[in-house]
Design a protein around this ligand. Structure first.
Ligand SMILES: NC(=O)c1ccc[n+]([C@@H]2O[C@H](COP(=O)([O-])OP(=O)(O)OC[C@H]3O[C@@H](n4cnc5c(N)ncnc54)[C@H](OP(=O)(O)O)[C@@H]3O)[C@@H](O)[C@H]2O)c1
Length: 271
């Protein structure tokens, strides 16, 4: 099996998770001798399998060896190399929704579409409580995939949801008006109501940390680039701990992608 065939198998499985074609293969049987195809199946099969809880959250961060996701001035293009970027696009392709914080949407002006791999574009979601992201940014103007802008709502008022299938740009007033951390569960609840079950939290550091700290992340992919920035924005910011017993220690697998080392972290293993 070639890597292209392996990737097609993953996309098929995503479309029809219960289909016999996808249900019975094992990585070794399906991939034969091709190491890259085997790696693809090993990494992505968990992400397209049936969802025991009805929904799933995968998050990613691309960081330097010293744990930075951007310079002090917010430049993050490109910490990861070509293989890391392809991996990022593959994560988008197996997700129903890709979520970013207002910081990332404002600074990077991302498109959040699938361009470096085959596969469908996810619904794009920006957590923009205070409408900080400029209206002229790609997510709101390029029209290549639907976008949901989640903003603060009026207490007690049920947010109006867009009709399905989601098309175009929609503002949903569903978040608590607050200056504290966002509530990741508020975001996920709205996405579930819209049938967006496989959620990919792409960044930035604050947003990923919020979901992680609340125990909402099932799987985390940390892409480490062989680079030392020496200063800049941290990947993870969680409440301080005193003992290392309280550190998060997920089930971990390391995969050499070529340009970057991937840490594939499973927070539900053994749960
Ligand atoms: N290397 C990578 O993988 C990667 C990926 C994505 C982004 N980036 C880089 O990361 C930087 C942006 O990251 P970021 O962490 O500053 O921003 P972010 O996570 O994109 O968005 C942060 C904003 O979202 C809201 N928010 C989310 N979680 C929050 C929390 N726990 N507490 C309070 N507010 C919260 C706040 O916006 P409001 O004030 O609007 O409520 C906050 O300003 C950019 O430089 C971007 O280039 C790197």
């Amino acid at each position: 099996m070639t890597p292209e065939q392996a990737w097609q198998m993953i996309l098929d499985q995503r479309q029809r998770p219960g289909s016999p074609a996808g249900a019975h293969w094992t990585e070794d049987e399906a991939a034969g001798e091709d190491e890259y195809a085997r790696q693809l199946l090993r990494l992505f099969r968990p992400l397209v399998s049936p969802l025991p809880r009805g929904h799933s959250v995968i998050a990613q961060l691309g960081q330097s060896l010293d744990g930075r996701i951007a310079t002090v001035t917010g430049k993050s293009r490109y910490i990861n190399g070509e293989d890391g970027l392809v991996h990022l696009h593959r994560l988008r392709a197996v997700s129903d929704a890709v979520v970013v914080g207002s910081g990332t949407a404002s600074v990077d002006n991302p498109r959040l579409t699938v361009r470096l791999a085959q596969g469908p574009n996810p619904v794009r979601v920006v957590i923009d409580r205070h409408r900080r992201v400029p209206d002229g940014h790609n997510l709101f103007t390029d029209g290549v995939a639907p976008t949901l802008r989640l903003v603060a709502g009026v207490p007690g008022r049920t947010p109006k949801l867009p009709p399905l299938p989601i098309q175009g740009v929609h503002e949903i007033a569903c978040l608590t008006e607050d200056d504290g951390p966002i509530d990741g569960e508020e975001v996920l609840a709205v996405l579930r109501q819209l049938g967006l079950k496989r959620v990919f939290v792409e960044g930035g550091g604050q947003t990923v940390s919020t979901f992680l700290g609340a125990g909402l992340v099932d799987r985390l992919h940390v892409l480490v680039a062989p680079m030392i920035i020496g200063s800049g924005q941290p990947a993870f910011s969680l409440p301080e701990i005193d003992s290392l017993r309280d550190a998060l220690r997920p089930d971990a697998r390391m995969v050499n992608l070529g340009s970057d080392m991937l840490f594939d972290l499973d927070f539900r293993a053994g749960a």
